[in-house]
Design a protein around this ligand. Structure first.
Ligand code: GDP
Ligand code: IMO
Ligand code: MG
Length: 434
């Protein structure tokens, strides 16, 4: 089994957690390379659902090693709570979970800064972040005054680092808003949490490269989605990390030559949480129906997700950036009761064809979708387990999605449970799983 990336190909929440949980049975290691507590990945099996934020979704497979890489940003309190919750659920973490000493810490001041900015913004400019301090933490990293997991070991050095933040522009902004900041107290709290975390901290790039040399197989788990990528997403309505497959090299210290393939995860329709353009958004009964059938409310924040038909232009764009070997279409069952299903196969701006996802938010908000309508299948697919048992209209829809995306559909999701998954015979996915 080679080393494979599982990447969100829309605006997040494509069902990555479910797929990673399912596939990780066949891998030795699952590694996260970016994002942090903004992620909410749901894993469902045996009648139980688990929401993961920091911990990769391979954690439920006892023989799988789990890596939280250097490209991530970690909220120590929330992450330790997440570890405790997993241990209470009977999941062993000791000796198999590894946190990079180079990952960055989301300090409480970063969370407050995120909230302050969002509350100060108006409706048009508000990003609609998850309020988890993600942007301010990645900014601190790029500005070179961030605090890393490895810095938690030494209280004096850590306090110096925290003081730079408290005395710098971030602290100043918070003081102006009436906050009182105590660098010593912030540093001590982080240091104490660091002591609890210490048994898990490692040079994860060294470990991963050793393991790959030994022949172990790694599944790279993306967070967020391609249209939320800092460079290629619908900037500025994006997250603050790079979410595409190429980012895993920097985010884990693994060379591009180590990556053998990528699976793109798409929903059979589109969703987005927060602000920014979404060309296929539906503000009508169809959108409401998708939201209710798909239970489209955020895993991290509980916010209702914006819903729309499948956006083929954004999907082809995502495939160009990631070059998927195969794609998985999840939540197909959500469309089971529609008489007709639609997909967007082009954009027009003032009558002119637009070939790709526009860079400017104004242009992306302006484009009009060119729709294609296909017959629905009006059949409950949640019990289907084989490709050839899918209704023919559903297969027709899936084939058309593959054409529009530019990468064949190798896998389909027909329900939240691990078992509600279909692998297409003869596909790259089928070959991968043997
Ligand atoms: P992630 O962030 O990409 O891991 O996705 P989330 O877990 O945030 O959101 C996906 C939601 O859809 C979760 O509630 C999953 O349990 C659910 N889900 C995943 N795949 C399917 C599917 O094929 N059908 C249905 N009905 N639900 C699914
Ligand atoms: P998973 O991994 C969906 C969105 C937020 C907001 C923007 C910036 O579960 O797919 P941030 O808090 O990152 O600064 O917010 O990105 N966002 C997500 N949307 N799924 C996610 O993660 C997301 N993580 C961030 O809603 O629009
Ligand atoms: Mg999610």
């Amino acid at each position: 089994m080679p080393n494979i990336a599982v990447i969100g190909a829309q605006w997040g929440d494509e069902g990555k957690g479910k797929i990673v949980d399912l596939l990780s049975e066949r891998f030795d290691v699952v590694a996260r390379f970016q994002g942090g507590p903004n992620a909410g990945h749901t894993v469902t099996f045996g009648g139980q659902s688990y929401a993961l934020h920091h911990v990769p979704s391979g954690v439920f497979r006892p023989n799988v090693r789990i890596v939280i890489g250097n490209g991530t940003v970690l909220d120590l309190g929330k992450m330790l709570d997440e570890f405790d919750g997993l241990v209470r659920a009977g999941i062993e973490l000791d000796g198999r979970l590894f946190v990079s000493d180079r990952a960055h810490v989301v300090l409480p001041v970063m969370v407050r800064l995120d909230a302050l900015r969002e509350s100060a913004a108006d409706a048009a400019t508000r990003i609609g972040t998850t309020l988890r301090g993600i942007g301010p933490t990645y900014e601190a990293k790029a500005a070179r005054w961030g605090v890393r997991i490895g810095d938690l070991a030494e209280l004096d050095y850590l306090t110096d680092r925290v003081r730079r933040i408290v005395d710098g522009p971030a602290g100043q902004r918070l003081r102006e808003a009436g906050e009182r900041l105590d660098a010593d107290a912030i540093a001590r709290e982080a240091w104490e949490r660091g002591r609890r975390l210490a048994p898990y901290v490692a040079d994860t790039a060294l470990l991963l490269n050793d393991w790959i040399d030994e022949g172990l197989d790694v599944l790279f788990e993306g967070a967020q989605g391609t249209l939320l990528d800092l460079d290629h997403g619908s900037y500025p309505f994006v997250t603050s990390s790079s979410t595409i497959a190429g980012a895993l090299c920097g985010g884990l210290g693994v060379a591009p030559t180590r990556l053998d393939g990528a699976l793109g995860v798409f929903k059979a329709y589109g969703t987005r949480v927060g602000g920014g353009p979404m060309p296929t958004e539906l503000k009508d009964a169809d959108g409401e129906r998708i939201r209710e059938r798909g239970r489209e409310y955020g895993t991290t924040t509980g916010r209702p997700r914006r819903c729309g038909w499948f956006d083929g232009v954004a999907a082809a764009y995502a495939n160009r950036l990631n070059r998927f070997d195969n794609v998985c279409i999840s939540l197909l069952d959500v469309l089971d009761e529609f008489d007709q299903v639609k997909l967007c196969v082009g954009y027009r701006d003032d009558g002119r064809e637009v070939r790709s996802f526009p860079a400017s938010p104004a242009a992306a908000a302006r484009v009009e979708p060119v729709w294609e309508t296909l017959p629905g299948w009006s059949t409950d697919t949640t019990g289907v387990r084989r490709w050839d048992e899918l209704p023919s209209n559903a297969r027709r829809f899936l084939d058309r999605l593959g054409e529009v995306i530019g990468s064949p559909v190798g896998m389909v999701g027909v329900g939240p449970d691990r078992a509600q998954s279909i692998i297409r015979p003869g596909s790259w996915m089928a070959g991968l799983l043997g």
